[in-house]
Write a protein that binds this ligand. Structure first.
Ligand code: ASP
Length: 338
């Protein structure tokens, strides 16, 4: 695809070569993300960060990624703070706000709304999550992390074995990740969820049409025995009709160190898009895994910064200028090893 000026709305828009291009730009930008170099390549550019649903990581990492390239960030959070609360349409908001920014990152609770906004925007829009539909930048950083975790282990994204666990019905990160995996070869996917929260049929069909082996299960322990990656997810309680309904499923699948030791192959990588639900009633990834070197959740968040920097550099077409605007970092940067 042509990245310059493009919206990033769904992983459906990528071919394998596009994903590989994003990953190679991310590799190139890693020294800037890790504060070994700095660049002012986007000096003067403005990111409009519009988050109409709770977000910490995605919002802050989009903002920090833009800052690390030298740009400025303007934030709008919550419907109450925006003119949408006065009845303004997405069309009008998009027309107005795209006049103030060079690129927009947006999250919205309604599936399809970010695409609707993008259609009226005069600048590129990145989908930071639209309802239970998609979360393309998360899927890219997840896949980038998978590739890096497996490097040096004689395993790769082709022929990957992955278990996705939890709320596969409403979890947008797993929807996008499955679609991205369709670009690779001979993947084995074990989908572990309560029957009511299964992966949407259309996505399972897409995986099978890509030639992947798909198993569906509601039993955690047997499903994580022969995989490279366990990708755990939170019950998306904000998408349920009632709290009581969400409570039926919370805590159903809990991975802790003892289950890991008994059932997983050595070095199985543990991932989660975060936030993990650490309340006693949930604990899908127990805190006792924190010292497990295969817990990759904080490497995922670090990689999120790099991948989002890559998206901005590609969309705003400055990949080849990053180096020209680079200088040394002069402040204390110790303690940054992942
Ligand atoms: N942060 C992810 C998302 O926005 C996962 C989650 O909220 O559970 O979809």
């Amino acid at each position: 695809m042509e990245f310059a000026g493009s919206h990033i709305l769904s992983v459906d828009q990528f071919e394998r070569g596009d994903v590989e291009r994003i990953f190679s730009v991310a590799d190139q930008l890693e020294p800037y993300a890790r504060r070994r170099r700095r660049t002012r390549v986007l000096e003067g550019a403005i990111l409009g960060a519009m988050f109409f649903e709770p977000s910490t990581r995605t919002r802050v990492s989009f903002g920090s990624a833009f800052n690390l390239l030298g740009g400025e960030v303007r934030e709008t959070t919550g419907f109450e703070q925006s003119a949408i609360a006065k009845g303004e349409s997405l069309y009008d908001t998009a027309r107005v706000l795209s006049g103030y920014s060079d690129v927009i990152a947006m999250r919205h609770p309604t599936a399809g709304s970010v695409a609707e906004f993008a259609a009226a925007s005069r600048v590129p829009v990145i989908n930071g999550g639209d309802g239970s539909n998609e979360h393309p930048s998360q899927a890219l950083l997840d896949l980038y992390t998978i590739g890096r975790e497996l490097a040096g282990r004689d395993r790769s994204i082709d022929q990957l074995r992955i278990a996705m666990v939890g709320d596969l019905r409403y979890g947008r990160t797993v929807h996008s990740l499955c679609k991205l995996l369709c670009l690779f070869d001979r993947v084995q996917v074990v989908l572990v969820s309560p029957g009511e929260l299964r992966m949407p049929e259309g996505i399972v069909d897409e995986l099978r049409a890509a030639g992947h082996e798909v198993l569906e299960s509601d039993a955690l322990e047997a499903s994580i025995a022969h995989v490279d990656i366990v990708y755990s997810t939170r019950i998306q309680e904000e998408r349920f009709q009632s709290q009581a309904e969400a409570d039926l499923y919370r805590g159903r699948f809990r991975l802790n160190q003892s289950i890991y030791t008994r059932h997983c192959e050595p070095n199985t990588v543990i991932m989660h898009p975060l936030p993990r639900d650490s309340r006693d009633s949930a604990r899908e990834l127990d805190d006792d895994l924190n010292d497990n070197p295969n817990l990759a959740i904080f490497r995922q968040t670090d990689n999120g910064l790099t991948v989002r920097m890559a998206l901005f550099a590609l969309i705003l077409d400055v990949v080849d200028q990053v180096e020209k605007h680079a200088t040394a970092v002069t402040w204390y940067v110790g303690g940054r090893t992942p």
